[in-house]
Design a protein around this ligand. Structure first.
Ligand SMILES: [Zn+2]
Length: 372
């Protein structure tokens, strides 16, 4: 995710903040200092309310972070690498590099987040009883944090995907039916239903109680509904792609260039005449690299005529698939490495290119023709 900056590293995980979180921080401090605390605890000074608001907003940040770190630590222990967490407006999903391979792993990873929040709620509640004066600002803040962590734990336990509870539900359905697609579809449907319920509740609150709270809840409902919908669509697509082989999309006429071709020739005779933004570089039918339009831009135009493609091509790392791999393998490789295409390696021979655009075009055509 861009538009974010790094804070620190903990247990090998980089913690970052998305700029939207700054708005959330200001928003929380302000609503607590001007709304919640003065309404709940009467008679303290404005400065006290603001100090409480700012500290509480920071503690919300720490609480959400601990929830996410718990997910990440279990993920890492289960062999799913998590290298970074980026906190943004509505929380902070851990950036998992792949999905869990087993239902039990997903269950453990998902449940540990809400459990952490509920444990934090219990700890804050315990501390809130320690000060001699249980109506002091310190005690008020601690009991507020207990309440927030309890809400965080309970909300995330709702069994709608992609909430943690939805992941727990998915792992149980996955374990019992053996089908990740079917499990995601059902858990996603429950997620959509919860989304609609939150929207309904939000609208009710807007009309009857508070415009502000209502808008907030309706917004959360809309967000949950649309992410559940997207997850269902994505899994159906993955399922579809996993039944189609790379070979089915391969162009029988493989366009390749030799490393001795100049950049000038590459631009004039290849990119200006052909579709696509990349070409495999092959020596005697053996794949040695890939030249893309991005590579060309690295060198000044005056030097194109004298520079061979071998100077600008990318040869390390080369992302390749075999014609017998399925399209989902190619799509995951493209998404995971943030690239636009993969090379097709046909038993060590140059087999051409499969781009993100090729896959999208294929899906669109299938849909248009109603192919199954
Ligand atoms: Zn979570």
């Amino acid at each position: 995710m861009k538009a974010s900056f790094k804070l620190f590293r903990i247990a090998g995980i980089t913690i970052g903040i998305h700029y939207t979180w700054i708005f959330a921080f200001i928003f929380f401090s302000w609503t607590l200092a001007e709304g919640y605390f003065p309404i709940t605890y009467i008679g303290w000074s404005t400065a006290v309310y603001w100090i409480m608001g700012i500290i509480a907003a920071l503690l919300i940040f720490v609480s959400v972070l601990l929830h996410e770190i718990a997910h990440s630590l279990v993920a890492n222990a289960k062999g799913i690498p998590v290298r970074s967490i980026t906190l943004f407006l509505l929380g902070g999903p851990s950036n998992m590099e792949e999905e869990p391979q087993k239902p039990a792993a997903e269950f453990a990873m998902a449940i540990v987040g809400p459990v952490t929040s509920l444990a934090l709620a219990a700890i804050f509640w315990g501390f809130s009883k320690l000060p001699a004066d249980t109506t002091s600002p310190l005690a008020a803040m601690l009991s507020y944090m207990a309440m927030i962590n309890m809400y965080l734990g309970i909300f995330n336990l709702l069994p709608g995907f992609p909430l943690d509870g939805g992941r727990v539900l998915r792992s149980i359905l996955w374990g019992s039916t053996g089908s990740l697609t079917r499990a995601t579809d059902i858990a996603g449907l429950v997620g959509q239903i919860f989304g609609w319920l939150f929207i309904g509740l939000g609208v009710y609150l807007i009309i009857s109680v508070s415009l502000f709270t209502g808008l907030w809840i309706a917004f959360i409902g809309w967000f949950l509904n649309s992410s559940a919908d997207a997850s269902r669509k994505e899994i159906t697509l993955r399922e579809r792609l996993s039944h189609i082989k790379v070979r089915e999309l391969m162009n029988p006429i493989v366009n390749t260039i030799s490393p001795e071709t100049t950049v000038q020739q590459l631009v004039r005779e290849f990119f200006r005449k052909q579709q696509g933004r990349a070409v495999p570089v092959c020596r005697e039918d053996k794949l040695i690299g890939i030249a893309t339009i991005t590579d060309i831009k690295k060198i000044a135009q005056e030097k194109w005529a004298e520079t061979p493609v071998s100077k600008i091509m990318t040869s390390e790392p080369l992302y390749t698939v075999s014609p017998e791999d399925n399209l989902n393998v190619a799509m995951v490789m493209i998404a995971k490495n943030d690239i636009n295409q993969v090379l097709i390696n046909e038993n060590g021979k140059c087999g051409g290119i499969l781009s993100r655009a090729d896959i999208i075009r294929f899906i669109q055509m299938d849909r248009e023709l109603g192919l199954r």
